[in-house]
Design a protein around this ligand. Structure first.
Ligand code: NAI
Length: 680
């Protein structure tokens, strides 16, 4: 079936792109557009053209699968050159989304008209590439540099109204897109090529500032650096030259390892939200959520639900705790308004949907109940008995536990089929990851509700089995444990942190531990002490720090010391003394560890654990593990996640190093079979 359909509407040629679901700019679309432009040029009765998308959107991007392969002719720049070269004007009629190649196509037309609600953007940088069909050359000619740097380097999506303010679209209409576009095409006197305009002058200082901000936010990744260069070319080179340079850089980045990893993450995220066939079901509807516990997590989840348009009942054990929680939510919205991120009336409307209460009968109103009380099984069992007594029949009951057994919690109710885990990450209103935990008896439609609820909150829900630490904390614990071994072997905390930050982690593990507070881990270690195998290699450094009252950032000292909230550059004599004593006690002669060795050991520990939990069925797909680590634990997105990383390594060396890691890690280290994970 042809992907581009043409039809003359009087003297205007309507060119409709039809490549469902998103009208991606495939080979068929490109060839069809080129033929249509030739038709427009050739037929004397036609005076102008309109390019429009069939279905729910204009061109919402390119077919990413094509990106990993050689591109076939005609390529997008050829199509855009044909549009510009055609003597008759062409209007782009936008609705839904005009993203990437879609926006580039629109910018090569002579005018643009958009339906209200359309989103526009150039997200290429988030995929490790830059726009490759004039995006970096045409955009700044309309928006100016500063705005173009912001948009291109962040992949920001803007609305049709903003696009009109930036002169990217000429008209925004509420209805009748096609008729309005045809009318606009008839009004056009002639060609109006953005490529013939020049980039508006702006202050050098403002440009410099925008570039620096973009580099910082983009962590100096190659695509961000290249995008800034290409945008600079727009002003310093003739259009054709700037265009050629942009294309060359696009082609080069397209084949890079980083772009490959980012495409992997893109597909992994898309797959993660899909439930396996055996649990596909229609979700139960969620309008009202009851959240129990108005602490750090409870209030964060409440904000996320309010922002998604839901009604929230926030329950606490006493008035004082409730008031603190209510205040935290109020402070958050006040901050958003003060920062100009939210209108005061919108903030008020969201808070009006919040009902703080200590009256548990209010639970009966909820479609979904989320428990976020202390991480203590006895407390949670008690709370679930109360929930069971008050929640309506058919309500979905969730626990936000980090480590506890979801089945044990479910058994506290008379309806274990309605119970699941919804493991949010802190801050819950910001972090996109949501682990949806499947208990032994969780009903399919309850799981479907958990996944749908995650999407409702614009999060990335990932299905996990009910096992200690689910996916994320389980892999992260293995990684942290390995980092502790390296302290005993000879590294200082700052060596480990710096090496892993050097790999691209947002923070090193010991800085993370200080930030979250060492006491959480300390409490858990004490709880596990009785059942711990005495032959296991157990690093007690953290316990000793806690015994000295060094609980992390909040007490001014943990692995590091903190003055005015700033972390000391190196660890102090006390910590080093504790670490040296630990090495001595294990009979180890300390030796310096190179950053490469630190990185490899930490990554291998993650890879091994990933393979174990895949084999146990805790993760349903290997790529889900990559999503969890990237979205929830600061694993560098451009490395694709631990599984992707492992697949890029030399297999024999990987196995060899893993054997060595097992030997170093001692008793209790379970060596995984990597084959099923690496050869899916
Ligand atoms: P928190 O200590 O900040 O808040 C817990 C709240 O629950 C307190 O306000 C307390 O008054 C309330 N509470 C305790 N018992 C209650 C009861 N019987 N009825 C009603 N309210 C009660 O704790 P946080 O950090 O919010 O953690 C809550 C849960 O979320 C825990 O299970 C934790 O493991 C989990 N979690 C925590 C994360 C974090 O980073 N803090 C991340 C993911 C999960």
């Amino acid at each position: 079936m042809t992907q581009v359909h043409t039809e003359a509407i009087g003297d205007v040629l309507l060119i409709e792109i039809n490549n469902p679901p998103i009208n991606a700019g495939s080979l068929g679309v490109r060839q069809g557009l080129k033929d249509a432009i030739a038709q427009l040029a050739a037929e004397p009765t036609l005076r102008a053209g309109v390019i429009i998308g069939a279905g729910s959107t204009f061109v919402a991007g390119s077919d990413l699968r094509e990106f990993g392969q050689p591109l076939h002719e005609p390529q997008l720049p050829d199509v855009l050159a044909a549009i510009e070269g055609c003597a008759k004007p062409v209007v782009a009629a936008l609705h839904g989304a005009a993203l990437g190649g879609g926006l580039e196509l629109a910018l090569a037309c002579d005018a643009r008209i958009a339906l209200a609600g359309t989103v526009l953007g150039l997200p290429e940088v988030t995929l490790g590439i830059i726009p490759g069909a004039g995006g970096t050359q045409r955009l700044p000619r309309r928006t100016g540099w500063v705005r173009a740097i912001q948009m291109v380097c962040s992949g920001e999506r803007i609305t049709a109204d903003t696009a009109r303010d930036l002169r990217l679209v000429d008209e925004v209409v509420a209805t009748e897109l096609q008729a309005n576009a045809v009318a606009l095409a008839r009004q056009l006197a002639g060609k109006c090529r953005i490529s013939e305009e020049s980039v508006p002058a702006e202050e050098a200082a403002a440009i410099e500032q925008a570039e620096q901000a973009a580099l910082r936010a983009g962590k100096g990744r190659p695509a961000v650096v290249a995008a800034i260069e290409a945008l600079r070319d727009a002003a310093r080179l003739p259009f054709a030259e700037g265009l050629a340079r942009e294309r060359a850089v696009f082609q080069q980045l397209r084949g890079s390892a980083e772009a490959h990893a980012l495409r992997h993450q893109f597909f992994a995220e898309r797959d993660a939200v899909r439930l396996p066939a055996d649990v596909q079901a229609t979700p139960r509807g969620v309008q009202t959520v009851a959240i129990i516990g108005a602490g750090t997590m409870g209030t964060g989840i409440a904000i996320a639900a309010l922002d998604a348009g839901l009604s929230v009942v926030l329950l606490e054990q006493d008035e004082a705790a409730l008031e603190r929680g209510r205040q935290r939510v109020a402070d958050y919205y006040q901050g958003r308004v003060a920062a100009g991120k939210l209108q005061a009336n919108a903030a008020a409307a969201r808070q009006a949907r919040l009902q703080p209460s200590t009256d548990w009968t209010q639970l009966a109103r909820a479609d979904l109940v989320i428990e976020a009380v202390f991480e203590d099984l006895a407390v949670k069992l008690d709370v679930f008995r109360t929930i069971d007594a008050h929640a309506r029949v058919g309500a979905v009951l969730a626990t936000n536990t980090s480590y506890l057994d979801v089945d044990a919690i479910a058994r506290a109710t008379a309806r274990p089929q309605d119970v699941l885990g919804l493991h949010f990450f802190s801050p819950a209103n910001v972090m996109k990851l949501l682990e949806v935990v499947r208990g032994a008896q969780t009903a399919p439609d309850v799981l479907a509700t958990g996944m749908a609820f995650g999407k409702q909150l614009r999060k990335l829900p990932v299905l996990c089995g009910n096992a200690f630490g689910f996916i994320g904390n389980r892999v992260y614990n293995a990684y942290r444990k390995q980092c502790e071994f390296m302290l005993e072997d000879g590294a200082w905390p700052e060596d480990v942190d710096q090496a892993l930050q050097g790999f691209g982690f947002a923070m090193g593990p010991f800085s993370v531990a200080d930030l979250s507070g060492l006491d959480i881990a300390w409490r858990m270690r004490k709880a596990q002490a009785a059942t711990r195998d005495p032959r296991e290699r157990y690093v007690a450094i953290l316990d000793h720090l806690c015994e000295l009252g060094r609980l992390g950032r909040k007490t001014g000292a943990g692995y590091y010391t903190y003055a005015d909230g700033r972390q000391g550059k190196t660890t102090d004599a006390t910590v080093r003394g504790i670490i040296e004593a630990a090495s001595a006690q294990r009979g180890l002669i300390r030796r310096p560890l190179e950053p490469a060795e630190i990185q490899r050991r930490a990554l291998l520990a993650m890879v091994n654990e990933a393979a174990l939990l895949l084999a146990e069925g805790v993760a349903q797909r290997a790529s889900d593990i990559d999503v969890v680590l990237v979205q929830g634990y600061g694993f560098p997105r451009w490395e694709g996640g631990p599984v992707f990383w492992a697949r890029q390594q030399d297999r024999a060396r990987l196995e060899q190093d893993l054997q060595r890691l097992a030997a170093t890690s001692g008793h209790g280290f379970r060596l995984a079979d990597l084959t099923p994970m690496l050869n899916p």
